[in-house]
Design a binder for this molecule. Structure first.
Ligand SMILES: Cc1cc2nc3c(=O)[nH]c(=O)nc-3n(C[C@H](O)[C@H](O)[C@H](O)COP(=O)(O)OP(=O)(O)OC[C@H]3O[C@@H](n4cnc5c(N)ncnc54)[C@H](O)[C@@H]3O)c2cc1C
Length: 440
């Protein structure tokens, strides 16, 4: 892609030119310059969003990854202030040896603080600690219509604080973030893995383990049919009570190039899923290990998104409210399994009721499912249309950070606060996603 930027799913393909910003005082002149394009620009962190929410309508991205300095840290209280381009991996490297951890982390540590805030990301402990935005105390926002950055908190510029958490990078460029970290006594995780045979079992395991464990998540065999439907592996963890505080910077494998076609097909997927399920013996298995493979198994293979080939892939992530979750998830899994498509990485997680300060946060009390599909034209008109119907009917919603297909009607119904965000949108910031779901 000649140094051009793209999203993690590499779909849609829309060439994006990078305009890096290394210093905070360069931001306003850069915004000024990029604002001359009638479609403006969009902040871009590390491109770990899957669809088009991190792509600029103009194709001109303002990249903040190089704003990567720690500005201050109070290690007694665990409060840090860092520039928006600092990644979670960089933060963990300085916080863990001092006995602090991220209060909320998504399934990759290669995201920036700005990106985590703008998508109000969630993790395996959503049922205990809510979203990333719940732990943000303050941040600074540079807008194209202001010369000085605005300080945003629950008290100061409160409307912009709420609109920017989960605000998809549209309310201004976040320059730094102040975050409350979580104390830990060890960098190791005590975990338990449980193989389960049905969706009903997933629900009873969630009910049981959500009460005792900080982290809970399940892998689902999305191709299993008949009596095996809904089977998977439930995985839970707590931070160990004592031990060393070690940063895990293990070596990584890398997918060196993009094959012309996807390596994920019906046969390889079936083999994978079957083998992975049977690799785990029935019963409950306790173990202790480093935090890294527990939280970030995919980070051990750099550029794994390349295995989907040149056409890329789409992730489908929905959340269904508790009351309808079991029935709707059974229908969703049956539709996916009948289509024969899907991914090895199907993740199911029960979300809790901790409210986010953000206006357009994705999680709701209920169950979330996320999985990847190799890109092909008929996804949109076939399987996704069917899945969208189920999600809509069950009162659920889709996750913009993963999306490349949601209709404008669905988005506006899923996120009724979108108009409040649009009213506070920086006039020079516009993503392909926002244009697609609010202006098309
Ligand atoms: C393997 C993998 C696992 C994942 N697991 C999870 C998960 O468990 N939970 C979850 O919630 N998400 C998950 N995600 C999605 C990911 O956490 C989010 O998409 C995240 O926001 C990406 O951050 P980024 O720094 O790469 O930002 P980008 O993807 O570059 O941008 C994301 C959004 O943030 C905005 N933005 C970026 N920087 C700034 C800034 N400085 N100021 C204002 N706006 C800005 C952009 O405009 C865009 O709208 C996962 C992604 C991957 C690849």
């Amino acid at each position: 892609m000649n140094g051009e930027l793209c999203s993690w799913g590499r779909y849609p393909y829309a060439p994006q030119h990078r305009h890096p910003c290394s210093w905070r005082d360069e931001l306003q002149p850069l915004l000024d310059r990029l604002s001359r394009d009638p479609q403006g620009t969009l902040p871009y962190g590390n491109g770990r969003s899957y669809g088009d929410s991190c792509l600029a309508a103009s194709g001109q991205l303002l990249q903040t990854r190089q704003l990567d300095r720690l500005l201050s840290a109070d290690w007694d209280r665990g409060v840090i202030q860092a520039e928006a381009g600092v990644t979670l991996a960089e933060l963990l490297a300085i916080a863990i040896p001092r006995g602090w951890f991220l209060p909320v982390t998504p399934g990759t540590k290669f995201v920036t603080l700005g990106g985590a805030l703008a998508n109000d990301v969630h993790g395996k402990n959503h049922h205990v600690r809510g979203t990333f935005g719940c732990h943000v105390q303050r941040f600074a926002l540079q807008r194209s219509d202001r010369t000085e950055p605005l300080l945003c908190s629950r008290e100061e510029n409160a409307e912009l604080f709420q609109a920017s958490i989960g605000g998809l990078g549209l309310t201004g460029v976040i320059t730094w973030v102040e975050l409350q970290l979580m104390p830990i006594a060890s960098s190791r995780i005590d975990s338990i893995n449980v193989r389960f045979d049905s969706l009903a079992e997933f629900f009873s395991l969630s009910e049981e383990f959500d009460k005792t464990h900080e982290y809970t998540v399940a892998w689902i065999d999305c191709l299993a049919k008949g009596t095996s439907a809904g089977r998977g592996l439930f995985s839970v963890g707590n931070h160990a009570r004592d031990g060393q505080l070690l940063v895990d910077d293990r070596r990584r494998l890398s997918v060196p190039l993009t094959p012309p076609i996807t390596l994920m097909n019906k046969l390889s997927l079936n083999l994978f899923n079957n083998a992975y399920f049977h690799l785990h013996k029935p019963g409950r298995h306790a173990s202790q290990g480093s935090y890294d493979p527990f939280f970030y198994p995919l980070d051990s293979i750099l550029h794994w998104n390349r295995i989907y080939g040149r056409k890329g892939f789409q992730q489908y992530q929905c959340v269904i409210p508790d009351a309808a979750a079991e029935t709707a998830m059974a229908e969703i899994l049956a539709s996916i399994s009948a289509s024969g498509s899907g991914s090895f990485l199907a993740v199911m997680k029960r979300c809790g009721d901790v409210p986010s300060p953000g206006l357009m946060s994705f999680p709701m009390p209920g169950v979330s499912l996320a999985l990847d599909f190799p890109q092909q034209q008929r996804l949109q008109s076939g399987l996704f249309r069917r899945l969208d119907q189920i999600v809509r009917g069950a009162g659920g919603r889709l996750y913009p950070a993963k999306d490349a297909h949601m209709s404008g009607d669905d988005f506006r119904a899923f996120y009724p606060a979108w108009q409040q965000v649009d009213a506070l949108r920086d006039p020079s910031l516009l993503s392909l996603f926002w244009k697609r779901v609010t202006q098309a």
